[in-house]
Design a protein around this ligand. Structure first.
Ligand code: HEM
Length: 144
């Protein structure tokens, strides 16, 4: 059973982190494009991939939370498990709520100023979430 949860956890991380990195890459590459082109396609793509990241986040938590109750108590005391589970839950929930709310504002509106503002805000939240997730991956990889 533990291995199934471990698989779901890792699969969720790959899907969640992978889709957020993809959106980040897309926002970076589209930055210099004319607004007419950017506003035509970007909002719905960002919204779509954000939804995909939620599926990943769900698998990450469905695998991670039960494992937390299956690992040895001594392991729970290790910094890397506490850092991952504690900060991880906050980041995953932040990505589900904040990226969702901001991406919602950028679709279905003809207000260019609103789309511009939402894309900038989305980019900032995304950078914050990706940097903190990278810190978790480093801490978990080196079992600090
Ligand atoms: C950004 C979020 C997260 C990342 C990047 C992450 C990453 C990882 C990785 C890479 C492993 C495999 C470690 C190994 O076997 O060497 C792992 C294991 C684990 N994760 Fe996470 N995790 C995250 C969030 C969470 C959350 C929110 C929880 C629980 C609520 C959690 C609970 C666990 C547990 C219990 C293990 C198994 C530890 C072990 O037995 O060695 N993780 N995680």
């Amino acid at each position: 059973m533990y291995h199934l949860f471990w698989f779901l956890h890792i699969f969720g991380i790959v899907l969640w982190f992978g889709s957020l990195v993809t959106v980040g890459f897309l926002l970076m590459t589209m930055r210099r494009k004319p607004e007419s082109e950017k506003f035509h396609i970007l909002p719905s793509v960002v919204r779509g991939v954000t939804r995909l990241s939620h599926i990943g986040a769900a698998f990450l938590l469905i695998g991670g939370i039960p494992m937390l109750f299956m690992i040895r108590h001594t392991k729970m005391a290790e910094f890397w498990v506490q850092y991952m589970a504690g900060l991880g839950i906050i980041i995953v929930l932040l990505s589900m709520f904040m990226l969702s709310a901001v991406s919602k504002d950028m679709v279905g509106t003809a207000d260019g100023a609103m789309v511009r503002r939402s894309l900038r805000l989305y980019g900032r939240w995304l950078s914050f979430i990706l940097l903190l997730t990278l810190s978790i991956l480093v801490v978990v990889a080196f079992k600090i």
